[in-house]
Design a binder for this molecule. Structure first.
Ligand SMILES: Cc1cc2nc3c(=O)[nH]c(=O)nc-3n(C[C@H](O)[C@H](O)[C@H](O)COP(=O)(O)O)c2cc1C
Length: 321
């Protein structure tokens, strides 16, 4: 998630969920304006997670310039991306001003043109192209047309965030739209939106026929959300400590870690409580030693087993991407 997650975070999340629960991930979008992005920054965006955890981490690109997008898609494959994904869902003002992301949802022909340009440029290679749309722009009336435009353009998988651009990130998410998308294309559909637990993923796939399910924000506070494992305070603290170590020396990375702390729930109230108490001073002094002390204290907490509900067994269902 652009502005929040990092390749390091993605790697840690992959490391905490087995491949039968978490089949892969996608990078934050790489913005393509009017010139193609070269291979080196794309390699950086991918990070090492793709290779380290044996699961696909696709590279997502977002833009409106057909030539620049097509060349970037080819460069992404050269950078080692196991698949390249085009973002048609971002509702941010910058994306809309640049006629990219969810601005394309008002005209399925633009979705087709972008997917088609990238697919043609990548033809002959072995790296699949995928697309991620929302259910529509102002409303969901074009949903089927948008899904078919992506398929006709050459996408081999379609992710559908079931909210429209207008609905942004509102609480309710209409899964019936996913059913409609599944019915309208032959390619596999990955459903996204409104899931907070592993059980929600199973339910979404069962109710809509989506082949895959993708969780976004719920993973920020609980990286174990894909397996349903209930992390102990020690496990949660260790995750954050490991991440804090990776962020040290980089202001950008540290600010992303701070965003995670603001929504952290894993490890239960003990960890959240300690972070709540110490979050503000830590933000002020910007001293990760302080965070370490808090987390070490959190990890030392041993709630009685009676306080913890039984752990959910990891689902055996594959959830790639
Ligand atoms: C801060 C933020 C950044 C996001 N960045 C991206 C992005 O770079 N690429 C993308 O496909 N979706 C991005 N999303 C959307 C999520 O991937 C997901 O589609 C959306 O949050 C709905 O899923 P959820 O209800 O599980 O969170 C972002 C969402 C948020 C809140």
């Amino acid at each position: 998630m652009e502005g929040v997650t990092t390749p390091d975070f993605r790697g840690l999340v992959l490391s905490r969920n087995s491949s039968d629960c978490l089949g892969g991930a996608t990078t934050e979008f790489v913005r393509v304006v009017d010139a193609a992005i070269p291979v080196a920054p794309l390699e950086k965006a991918l990070g090492c997670a793709s290779k380290a955890f044996g699961r696909p981490v696709g590279l997502q690109i977002m833009g409106s310039n057909l030539e620049a997008m097509a060349e970037t898609a080819v460069n992404a494959a050269e950078a080692g991306a196991p698949f390249v994904d085009i973002n048609f869902g971002c509702p941010a003002k910058g994306a809309l001003r640049g006629m990219a992301g969810s601005s394309t949802l008002d005209d399925p022909r633009r979705v087709f043109a972008l997917v088609d340009a990238c697919a043609r440029a990548m033809a002959g290679g072995s790296v699949p192209l995928t697309a991620k749309i929302r259910a529509g722009g102002e409303d969901d009336t074009l949903l089927e047309d948008l899904a078919q435009a992506a398929e006709d353009g050459g996408a081999s998988l379609l992710t559908v965030h079931c909210r429209t651009r207008k609905e942004a990130y509102r609480d309710t998410a209409d899964w019936n739209r996913l059913y409609r998308a599944v019915q309208s294309v032959q390619i596999p559909v990955c459903g996204n939106g409104g899931m907070d637990t592993a059980a929600d993923m199973d339910q979404m796939m069962a109710e809509t026929g989506c082949r895959y399910a993708m969780i976004g924000r719920a993973a920020l506070g609980n990286p174990w959300v894909f397996s349903g494992h209930r992390a102990s305070p020690r496990e949660a603290a260790d995750f954050l400590l490991e991440y804090a170590q990776m962020t040290s020396g980089s202001q950008t990375k540290q600010s992303r870690l701070k965003q995670l702390l603001a929504c952290w729930t894993a490890g239960g109230p003990e960890v959240a409580g300690l972070l709540g108490t110490h979050r503000r001073p830590w933000l002020r002094v910007n001293d990760d030693a302080h965070l370490r002390a808090c987390l070490d204290a959190a990890g030392d907490l041993h709630p009685s087993p009676l306080d913890l509900p039984p752990q959910k067994q990891p689902s055996t269902q594959m959830r790639p991407i």
